[in-house]
Ligand binder design. Structure first.
Ligand SMILES: [Ca+2]
Ligand SMILES: [Ca+2]
Ligand SMILES: [Ca+2]
Length: 137
């Protein structure tokens, strides 16, 4: 029994680890992956819950900030990085990264209903957001 519980725990753990990494390809699979309440749209809360994973996956040297090389893996170019880093200390911390994700979320939410539909996720701003969420280490 103990062994079985351990195994179940391990499986759950593996599934949890696999979730962000398998959220790839198109906006549709990401939508299905992150849509916790199954209303076929993504709320900011649903998106925010994986922003941390995206940040952690990018953060190769574990100094808790993203330098331009790390940020580039999420499609964040120098210009965006500078704009998202108002104190111009160059690296982006997780708060600034989260703020950038929120800006992209708001930009993608064209009808301003606070959620992203599949079409909104597939817009340029939506794609910029999903690039930040499905980054691979
Ligand atoms: Ca939802
Ligand atoms: Ca870093
Ligand atoms: Ca919307």
């Amino acid at each position: 029994m103990l062994q079985r519980n351990t195994l179940t725990g391990l499986t759950a753990c593996l599934l949890a680890l696999a979730a962000p990494a398998s959220a790839q390809q198109d906006g549709r699979s990401l939508l299905q992956q992150l849509d916790q309440d199954h209303d076929k749209t993504l709320s900011w809360d649903e998106v925010r819950s994986v922003v941390h994973n995206g940040f952690a996956a990018l953060e190769a040297d574990h100094d808790n900030t993203l330098d331009s090389k790390e940020a580039a893996k999420a499609g964040i170019n120098q210009k965006t990085l500078r704009a998202a880093d108002p104190d111009h200390d160059d690296p982006l911390d997780e708060g600034e990264y989260t703020k950038l994700a929120k800006q992209r979320f708001d930009a993608a939410d064209r009808d301003h209903d606070g959620t992203l539909s599949r079409a909104e996720l597939n817009s340029p701003a939506g794609r910029a957001l999903t690039r930040m969420l499905r980054v691979q280490p």
